[in-house]
Design a protein around this ligand. Structure first.
Ligand code: HEC
Length: 116
């Protein structure tokens, strides 16, 4: 019985760590999963698809350019796609994949990438 208690304690601890880890990696994971192919592994706009697009993906590490964007416009661009902010339709809408909260986290992640 004692062993069972210890087992359950570890199981609980494991679940807690997992939840914590997921909560902290989401935006970065999502960026790797959905944004790398165009915006690049370092976010500098040099993804594997970039050479095939007639409009260059935004360089998310360009502090000067990124400073010009408000959080709202970034949120809309990610949620509704480039067209919603009068930009290129090559920037796809992500509303069917990312929740509003995940998009908000993503905007924070972009602030980290541009250091702005
Ligand atoms: C199929 C290629 C592609 C993918 C995938 C993609 N983007 Fe983009 N993104 C673009 C292009 C192209 C632009 C530039 C649009 C322009 O300047 O007209 C852009 C622009 C942006 C902008 C700036 C919009 C602005 O107002 O200048 C943000 C923010 C952005 N992308 C975020 C993301 C995020 C976050 C993801 C992943 C969830 C993502 N993008 C995935 C192609 C892509």
């Amino acid at each position: 019985m004692k062993k069972m208690g210890i087992f359950l304690a570890f199981l609980f601890l494991g679940l807690m760590i997992e939840t914590f880890a997921i909560a902290h990696e989401t935006a970065e994971d999502n960026y790797k999963m959905y944004c790398f192919q165009c915006h690049g592994s370092r976010g500098n706009g040099t993804g594997i698809n970039a050479p095939f697009l007639t409009v260059a993906p935004r360089d998310h590490t360009n502090t000067t350019e990124m400073k010009k964007l408000t959080d709202e416009s970034m949120f809309t661009a990610i949620k509704e796609g480039g067209v919603a902010v009068s930009k290129s339709s090559f920037m796809p809408p992500w509303k069917s994949i990312l929740t509003d909260d995940e998009i908000k986290d993503m905007v924070k992640h972009l602030h980290k990438l541009c250091k702005c």
